[in-house]
Ligand binder design. Structure first.
Ligand code: NAD
Length: 433
């Protein structure tokens, strides 16, 4: 099938590359010429496991190309995916300007029937507005479909190639059949393609992300109570999750959710509820608990190390908002480092993939180590902010030797307190006394 994907970010690039991998002819469009220059050489501008290899293969096979020429890409395609960003606007609602700009450009490039697919996360009613913009700017036939994306950063390729489900919101039989045909190679293991009306599909994405955010905030609030009453949240979690109604996923306490999706999608959902006069206190609480979780961790560090951190060196392991990505958008690390810098601390960081992202945010305000052990040399404490696998089993004797003070603040509960105590390391985690 002939496809174009507008917006070559985490979602658009993974989607375009995986669609090409299934034998489709895919043109990825972006405005960012620096990004395009890298992609044309087969270099992924973001870190996603397995993505660069697939980009290279599909470019070589002639199925995948990159351009800033939206007009050409649209003219050559039957299906046009919109995967541009929908960041949080000033009032908390989703800023849809990039979506509408892309739609207007698509409309002006129409030369035959096409399916316009909203893959970006957009509020209920967006497809109707997209249809209006299309009608205003073209007389060619088209259908608008909502196809929200559920991939996880850090596993984008795997998730796109083997999705738990594909949601297609469509009010047209023709467009539904085209979409089912397009997705059938990804669903050979029997996972469902769920066809529904457009509004329900738009709502599904926000409902799913908001639920996951609520789950994380729930786990964090329980962890905070555990810490005060002297219970161990790990034990509580295991005991609780063995109930099949609860399940074991997404209930790990830590530093709260970050990234480019959950924070903005919860706020957008609150905004939708407000607009339609519905209740939203559960969602607002999830957001508040999430913000507070970072502050609780900062207070923990200050209580032990001191209010005034001038002359103190704090080592940070992990900057990305989650492992296996270089993305630091809304990462807890940003809030925590800013708070420590404000109190005068010298910060030395290490992350396996997010060092360049950190340089864009902090520049020369912080110091960048070559590796994990390099970061902790002569530091007054180690603070762990992302649960990368390589931080799970360090050589604690070496850690003890390198740190000026054997003190660890772990925002991801990676270690066993007793084991560290035996090594002479003072250890603070989340949800344990
Ligand atoms: P991103 O910021 O990584 O990428 C967006 C890309 O769109 C950028 O490269 C930008 O240059 C490009 N762009 C913007 N306007 C353009 C235009 N008019 N023409 C061409 N290119 C344009 O965003 P992302 O993280 O990939 O997210 C995209 C959408 O998918 C958002 O709505 C997001 O909520 C949703 N989503 C994201 C994830 C995720 O894990 N990141 C998962 C599911 C859904």
């Amino acid at each position: 099938m002939r496809i174009c994907v507008i917006g070559t970010g985490y979602v658009g690039l993974a989607a375009g590359t995986c669609l090409a991998e299934m034998g489709n002819d895919v043109i990825c469009v972006d405005k960012d010429t620096k990004k395009l220059a890298k992609l044309e050489k087969g270099i992924a501008p973001i870190y996603e496991p397995g993505l660069e290899e697939l980009i290279k293969v599909n470019i070589a096979e002639g199925r995948l190309s990159f351009t800033s020429n939206l007009d050409m890409a649209v003219k050559k395609s039957l299906v046009c995916f919109i995967a541009v960003g929908t960041p949080q606007g000033d009032d908390g609602s989703a800023d849809l300007s990039a979506v509408y700009e892309a739609v207007e450009s698509i409309a002006k490039s129409m030369n035959e029937y096409k399916v316009i697919v909203d893959k970006s996360t957009v509020p209920v009613g967006t497809a109707e507005k997209v249809t209006e913009i299309m009608k205003k700017n073209t007389n060619f036939e088209f259908d608008v479909v909502s196809n929200p994306e559920f991939l996880k950063q850090g596993a984008a390729v795997e998730d796109f190639l083997k999705p738990d489900r594909v949601v297609i919101g469509s009010n047209s039989k023709k467009a539904t059949e085209i979409m089912q045909d397009l997705y059938s190679p990804f669903l050979r293991t029997g996972n469902p393609v769920i066809i529904m009306d457009v509004k329900s599909a738009e709502m599904t994405k926000y409902a799913a992300n908001s639920f996951l955010a609520v789950k994380i905030s729930y786990a964090n609030q329980i962890a905070n109570i555990c810490e005060k009453v002297g219970a161990d949240v790990e034990m509580v979690r295991v005991g609780m999750c063995s109930d099949s109604r609860i399940g074991s996923k997404f209930l790990f306490p830590g530093l709260g959710y970050g990234g480019s999706c959950f924070p903005k999608d919860v706020k957008a959902m609150i905004n939708i509820a407000k607009e339609f006069g519905c209740g939203y206190n559960l969602l607002e609480s999830a957001d508040e608990v999430n913000k507070e979780q970072r502050q609780i961790f900062i207070r923990k560090i200050i209580k032990r190390v001191g209010e005034d951190l001038k002359g103190k060196t704090i080592a940070i392991w992990g900057l990305a908002f989650k492992p296996k990505t270089n993305d630091m958008r809304e990462a807890p690390s940003v809030t925590i480092i800013e708070a420590l810098l404000a109190r005068g601390a010298k910060i030395v960081v290490f992350d396996p993939k997010a060092m360049e992202s950190a340089k864009e945010i902090f520049g020369k305000q912080i110091n960048y180590a070559e590796n994990a052990y390099g970061a902790i040399k002569e530091a007054d404490c180690l603070v762990i902010l992302t649960e990368w696998n390589e931080f799970r089993r360090p050589d604690f004797d070496k850690v003890n030797e390198l740190l000026k003070t054997p003190l660890i603040f772990d925002g991801r509960n990676l270690y066993d307190k007793k084991r560290l105590k035996a090594k002479g390391i003072e250890y603070f985690s989340v949800g344990k006394k």
